[in-house]
Design a protein around this ligand. Structure first.
Ligand code: GRF
Length: 213
């Protein structure tokens, strides 16, 4: 019997798949992630499933312990550590990010749980091509603790938002949202799990929509 594993269901690299339409070039993505990388993985899976015509050229992560890097290795996607502690300013970190993305021929920047505030250096280098996901129905509950804030506020519906990135944190044109009810017996953990299910569903779709604007 083959043992169950946490590996992706298929070890085919998302980069090895043919594009949906051979006349349309795949989007050239660079993903920024600080943590678990489940959204990074959802995008890779959507590419393999041919739901998103794209290729992930590189993952950049800032936290040496980020699980996202392990996921990238399993998908055979190059991963580059740019530890923010090695840089003297946000601008210097973003300069290194822009250089790394350019070195990997990236055209679209996907912030998938990137827990650093970005500067104009990155935003202007990829004008209208930097996309973020946030775990609330923006413009409600901006910031790093959005799920906790919604939970504490007693709202009955929260959700997640995919949007273009502007200098003001968690602002910018909204591409797609999904609503998630807060149930009477929810804990922070059960709510977060249901929000992430929706994040994984809408993020690849929103990237495809952004490319058509
Ligand atoms: C997501 O909930 C996203 O909305 C927020 O950070 C989380 C990242 O999760 N910005 P993961 O690393 O993709 O699992």
């Amino acid at each position: 019997m083959i043992a169950a594993s946490n590996d992706p269901p298929s070890l085919i690299s998302p980069n090895s798949e043919l594009p949906l339409n051979p006349d349309i070039a795949p989007l050239k993505l660079g993903v920024l992630a600080s943590g678990s990388g489940s959204n990074f993985e959802a995008i890779a899976q959507a590419i393999v499933n041919r739901q998103l015509n794209a290729k992930i050229h590189v993952l950049i992560y800032n936290n040496p312990n980020a699980k996202a890097a392990e996921r990238a290795a399993r998908w055979h996607i190059p991963a580059v550590l740019l530890n923010h502690r090695d840089f003297t300013s946000r601008e210097a970190l973003d300069g290194a990010i822009v250089q790394t993305l350019s070195d990997h021929d990236v055209e679209w920047v996907i912030m998938a749980g990137w827990m650093r505030i970005v500067t104009n250096g990155l935003i202007n280098a990829f004008r209208d091509r930097v996309i973020n996901i946030h775990p609330s129905l923006l413009p409600s509950f901006k910031g790093a603790h959005a799920i906790q804030q919604a939970f504490d506020a007693g709202v009955k519906i929260t959700g997640c938002t995919v949007h273009l990135v502007r200098l003001e944190v968690d602002s910018g044109p909204i591409l797609m949202q999904a609503a998630v009810p807060i149930l009477p017996d929810d804990t922070l953990e059960t709510l977060q799990t249901r929000i992430q299910v929706q994040e994984h569903r809408i993020f690849p779709r929103a990237i495809a929509i952004a490319a058509q604007l």
